[in-house]
Design a protein around this ligand. Structure first.
Ligand SMILES: [Ca+2]
Ligand SMILES: [Ca+2]
Ligand SMILES: [Ca+2]
Length: 293
């Protein structure tokens, strides 16, 4: 085996080992979420525009296996030909590819179920099936991951194969406070080790009093104190913090792109960014409103 090949294999094994620390690696056939393959019946659709007209509302054509202008089957016939030419095996295969499309859809619908629904349109659909892939991807065990379509769009699964966060990264969320007790956030909340909480002193001299778990810049508006960033309601700040840094692979709720499974500085360091909250508006109103008022 050549050296370059060996190095590539070594890197792959190392990545697999690192990924296994946090994620279950599924190397069996997977289905890509929110996308299915659809092959229309002959003559129904050979362009993305024609395919889109045949699809239910809310479905979008993402790609076509083969464009007709690239297929022999669609080259202009010889004007001097006296009788129809029998398509070759290659042309027959190309014709099928030209009416096959990857189709995206939204919502928490399993690809298998969407494919079955499309198969019921037997008049126009020849077959529909999930996009199976045997690629190796890190798959967290958080039960609501399947409803996080944006993870696919930002290629989070592919990224997690190579990198699962950095304990040196702290994500700042400037909003209306965060519920730091939330079961999917509490292990990823960053704590400022240089600050003593609730003593009305800026211990680390960074200009902010009691910023042990984030910083409250709106305390004078909501009658709290500078160090109080807890917003126990299901607030906008909590949602934003979860989208960025929910604890990943803890079997609870959603997965955060930054991963993290207990990366607050009071715990042993493991991959994943931590969350620090800066309340810039009273807890009773969203940050956007606070900035306008
Ligand atoms: Ca401080
Ligand atoms: Ca203090
Ligand atoms: Ca989670």
């Amino acid at each position: 085996m050549k050296l370059r090949k060996l190095l590539r294999l070594g890197n792959r094994i190392a990545a697999l080992g690192a990924a296994c620390c946090l994620f279950f690696i599924d190397m069996s056939a997977q289905t890509r979420p929110n996308v299915v393959w659809v092959r229309f019946r002959p003559g129904v659709a050979y362009t993305a525009e024609a395919a889109a007209r045949m699809l239910p509302e809310g479905m979008d054509v993402r790609s076509q296996l083969l464009a007709p202008e690239q297929a022999r089957a669609f080259r202009p016939m010889n004007a001097l030909a006296t009788r129809p030419r029998v398509p070759s095996a290659l042309e027959r295969a190309e014709e099928k590819l030209c009416r096959t499309f990857a189709v995206a859809f939204g919502g928490p619908i399993l690809p298998e179920r969407m494919a079955a629904a499309l198969m019921s349109k037997q008049g126009v659909v020849e077959y529909a099936e999930p996009w199976y892939t045997d690629e190796m991807h890190a798959v967290p065990n958080d039960p609501r991951t399947g409803s996080q379509g944006y993870l696919t769009r930002i290629k989070a699964f592919e990224a997690w194969d190579s990198l699962q966060g950095d304990t040196n990264v702290v994500i700042g969320v400037s909003d209306n406070g965060v519920d730091q007790t939330h079961e999917d956030l509490r292990d990823n909340i960053w704590k400022n080790g240089g600050e003593i909480p609730d003593n009305d002193i800026d211990d680390d001299g960074n200009g902010y009093v009691d910023d042990y778990i984030g910083c409250n810049l709106a305390f004078s508006l909501d009658g709290t104190k500078p160090g109080v960033t807890l917003n126990p309601s299901q607030s906008h700040g909590t949602e934003v913090a979860g989208l960025a840094g929910a604890t990943t692979n803890n079997g609870i709720g959603i997965a955060g792109p930054a991963t993290g499974a207990g990366s607050s500085r009071s715990r042993p360091a493991v991959p994943g960014a931590a969350i620090s909250s800066t309340a810039i508006s009273p807890s009773s109103m969203p940050a956007s409103c606070g900035s306008r008022c």
